[in-house]
Design a protein around this ligand. Sequence first.
Ligand SMILES: NC(=O)c1ccc[n+]([C@@H]2O[C@H](COP(=O)([O-])OP(=O)(O)OC[C@H]3O[C@@H](n4cnc5c(N)ncnc54)[C@H](O)[C@@H]3O)[C@@H](O)[C@H]2O)c1
Length: 260
Amino acid sequence: MEVALTFAASGAKGVLFADLNYDGAARAAEQSKALAKHPAYRCQAAMLDVTDSRSVLDLADLAVQSFGRIDYFINAVGLLQVDCAEYVPFEQTQEDDYDRILNINAKGAFLLSQAVVNVMRSQDIHQIDVDRHGTISAGRGAIVNVSSAMAFGAVPAKAPYTASKHAMLGLTRACAMDCKPYDIRVNQVCPAWTKTKMHEDSCRKEPLTPMAVEKMAARHIPMETYEVASACLYLCSPAAVSITGTSLMMDCGLTIGPTF
Ligand SMILES: NC(=O)c1ccc[n+]([C@@H]2O[C@H](COP(=O)([O-])OP(=O)(O)OC[C@H]3O[C@@H](n4cnc5c(N)ncnc54)[C@H](O)[C@@H]3O)[C@@H](O)[C@H]2O)c1
């Protein structure tokens, strides 16, 4: 929800907070009212299950009914493991768990992006006034997927999550390519460990491997949520109108190479 709050605090006119946890979304929407900068700010909360295509389409409809258009869409849904506290070696990974994680992280991103693209492509181009640089075209919309450094690498005993984030990389690129003619930009941010509930859950248990992921995370990071939210904001901003199909790595250099 940090990303949505950041957009409200940065002057967005309207923000729709959506999550499987409706109460969490509603609480964040309420919180956003005190932070919002736009004088006519409006917000709404909705229940969303990204594994259900009807729920995803209903959300896109609700966004259009409530706000008229979708300029920016940030997909920060995610599931680390079936039980976040579990690290499961590859050979013991259950088919059901693999399907469930891919369904939420990868297929969910596909359904969400497709629903949003179908709204964005019918919209007029958004013109933005950038002071001394005049008015620029910001296209028909921008999508940012909150992916992971694990779109490019792996940590031990997290095969389904790693596969789901590699899928998100391909999806981001494919969507960016197909949406270029519509002036819709699609990018992803790739954080390593970030201080969220998911991170707390993940660190509760040492992995069943020689490598201590928690210690590695503590040495390199973890990042604050505002860093990830700010990166999403940047990719939606006029400063990024030429950027599409890219992955913004945010890992304190962890994936530069083995000698880091
Ligand atoms: N926290 C980290 O260390 C970290 C690192 C890299 C990437 N990420 C990515 O950041 C994104 C956000 O994760 P987070 O750390 O904020 O975790 P989080 O658990 O705080 O948030 C994930 C949200 O996804 C929602 N969700 C789960 N299943 C859903 C479904 N079927 N439909 C709709 N919503 C659903 C949950 O209710 C939750 O609010 C994820 O994509 C995650 O993979 C997190």
